[in-house]
Design a binder for this molecule. Sequence first.
Ligand SMILES: [Zn+2]
Length: 388
Amino acid sequence: MQITWNQQVVKKENKTLVLDLIMNSFPISRADAAQKLGLNKGTVSSLVSELIDEKLIFESGPGESSGGRRPVMLLFNQNAGYSIGVDLGVNYIYGVLTDLLGNIILEKNTENPGLSYKDALREVNSLIQELIDSAPSSPYGIIGIGVGAPGIVNKEGDVLLAPNLGWRNVSLKRDLEHAFNLPVIVENEANAGAYGEKKFGVGKDYDNLIYISAGIGIGAGIIINGELYKGINGYSGEVGHMSIDFNGPKCSCGNNGCWELYASEQSLISKAGSFGLENEMTLEKIINLAASEDEDALSMLKETGRHLGLGIINIINAFNPKQIIIGNRLAAAKEWLSWDVKQTINKYTLPFHQTEIDISFSNLALPAAALGVSAFSIENFIKNQLQI
Ligand SMILES: [Zn+2]
């Protein structure tokens, strides 16, 4: 029987609902799925059969029943394929291989010592290749690659500007697609981090949050009503270039006194000079010094905490979010930043925001940006799979 275009659309929508439900609440029986979705059992059974044939779900032994014959349970096949997520930082490259639920199977880490685009691409390619080579065999293999990049990324996956890497107009998505012949998603790393925190991390409970990626530069990922807000061209969240002092030093973006000149990892490292600490400072060294109660390191971190707080106040006043998550490299210094960030916010935010807002730091064990882009690839794969 020929089915009409309209029926095709309804079928696709229902199939998406069935798969979503199984992904999020397995094990579940056909009958429970039908009841939860308000669809008839025949419809659910036929969609389930298709999903089983496509190896996206499978049947397992009987579940619990209140009596009578025990129903067969349906499970999501999280090992039907594997996804790759790469966090391409200014001074590191970190990649994960995940199953289709975002569980990390393998991770790889390498330094990115301020490489040219060509050299960085070679490093990224070799890291991705290692992850691909280590993936267990599966029906769909590697379903896609997601990359979070520290810069302005357009909808075509070009990095238009990554000031801290000195890159302009590089076609990262196209170059990776060419190298691996797989679907590739390139996203701004703060957007990726926001999504990773919302889906897997400290942002799980909130639908309105702003993730502040505080690394060599500063960017923000904005989640509004549970969805990533990217702006009309995808350029939202460039808060690192929000000026907090018009008379301040010149920034690489052309503006003066940008927030990231005061509150980023780079600014913390530059402060080391004025505090008379040795050259070749790194965040790790500063943290070690702070841990051993070095007064200069403690003062530098205090000042950075205050500066972080000052920028966050503007963001809170503009967006009225439920939660602010401070993530990326500076989250490692939470112990020394947290008090000053919160004090500054309490002191200067409009009073009605103060009792409502949750100020959190990323959990370092969760690589939010890499998991966020990996999740984008998985969603893309599932969407495309259900189109067929
Ligand atoms: Zn700037």
